[in-house]
Design a protein around this ligand. Sequence first.
Ligand SMILES: [Zn+2]
Length: 323
Amino acid sequence: MASPMTPDTFIRILREEGVKVSEYPGWRTRSRDAATGLTFGPVRMILNHHTAGSNSRDIVAKNGVPGLPAPLAHIHLAKSGLATMCSAGRANHAGPMGVNAYQSFRDESSTHPAPSRASGTIDGNDVSYGVETENLGNGTDVYPRVQYDAWVRINAAVCRHYGWSAESVACHKETSVEGKVDPRGPVEGYGSRGRFEYTPKQFRADVAERLRHEPGWGPGEDEDMALSSTDIDKIADRVVAKLLAGGGALEGGDIRRFFTTDEILTAPADSSDYATNKHWTFATHVQSTTTAVREVRAQVRSNGEQITELKQAVDAIKSKLGA
Ligand SMILES: [Zn+2]
């Protein structure tokens, strides 16, 4: 059952998703539940709006407009990307929803039909979280990059909390049977993308991408990481060329350091100065071994010469004895 979040949970999931959050005084208890006798929840979707005005935070959070008492959304999102908490209960933002549209978001359908009054209507304020994003809504006022990024984060945070897909993200113009047109307008950019026009489809795609990452992820962070097979071939070629040129795991400098290091090794117990010098460097070991091999070679050569002399002496004795 998708019960509404407590104020603390609401703030926590937003901050975990990287949203800058501010609390409007009294927001934790300000709602439209008691005044209407209706209960907020179970919640089924998030509904996104533009404010169609500027400096509208007080209006959304506390003042409302004639005929429509506040709170007018759960979150007011400023151009700076700051999210102000306006309510954790029932808020006046959705109005009547076409049942066909409502069901497509509730059921997380991959397509969303145009809202039809003929399908029946329900009170959207019972079932949806509302985000009022500050924008004139005149089709030319731009959503700054930081504002759009926060907007995606807010929607992803709520979906992530409830285990919803991005198909639970709706726009007012997709559910209203009263001819609403929000949200709309140009977006400055997002991730590696430059200026584009706001569309519900692109917005859901951006929320979906976010949901495939951890809450702390930033758009565009991993887009340069993927290596093409051409990149991999280039790297392989460089490695082979380096190995063929004599480079490898050990560079010349490594080998030089290895031979001259003061790293101590146990000296041979029969070395002449073993009593006073029980440890040798690697270089001392190599020098000692080389000297020993030379001495052995000289001894073998000397032994061979003596054997030849002995053979000659034996042959001389044999010939004298007339053998
Ligand atoms: Zn709206």
